[in-house]
Design a protein around this ligand. Structure first.
Ligand code: FEO
Length: 171
């Protein structure tokens, strides 16, 4: 049984992961508008990953006899200056996700809610990869600035990203 406090935070995280998905879809649309289909593909895959994250929290809440309450999803930003700005925004967003997860993990730890701590450890480990992915691409973009050929090579590289659907949210 989850405490009301923990349940509220987990529900808020369902909302935030869906918002993350929406924010990345907006970034995909921006990249699409620049004819950078590889960058757009990267964000479309990211959009699907975030929905998976939302569903992982969703399923967990019900497994713990809680109830998911969905809230309104905030309108995502669609005004970006350039491709570098998009990835800076994405990188900052992932750091925000990490800080939110740490906050929930702190509460779960205070409450000695070990199953939730275990779930959050999965997400926290995932965040190391997510932050690193954004930061690495951001560094590559900065090096490719003023070099369209390098930017298009990077676009090709990101076009190869494929979403692999996990078979279960219990993974
Ligand atoms: Fe669901 Fe990118 O964190």
């Amino acid at each position: 049984m989850l405490s009301e406090k923990l349940l509220n935070h987990l529900n808020a995280q369902v909302n935030f992961e869906i918002y993350s998905s929406y924010a990345y879809l907006s970034m995909a649309a921006y990249c699409e508008s620049l004819d950078l289909s590889g960058f757009a593909n990267f964000f479309k895959v990211q959009c699907q990953e975030e929905l998976f994250h939302a569903m992982k929290f969703y399923d967990y809440i019900f497994q713990k006899n809680g109830v998911v309450v969905l809230e309104q999803i905030e309108k995502p930003n669609s005004n970006f200056e350039n491709i570098s700005d998009v990835f800076e925004t994405g990188y900052e967003h992932e750091q925000l996700v990490t800080s939110r997860l740490y906050r929930i993990a702190d509460i779960a730890t205070e409450e000695k809610e070990h199953a939730t701590i275990s779930l959050l450890n999965w997400f926290i480990n995932e965040q190391v990869e997510e932050e690193n992915t954004f930061n690495t691409i951001l560094k590559k973009i900065k090096r490719a600035e003023n070099n369209p050929a390098a930017l298009y090579m990077l676009d090709d590289e990101l076009g190869a990203r494929v979403y692999v659907a996990p078979t279960t949210t219990n993974a």
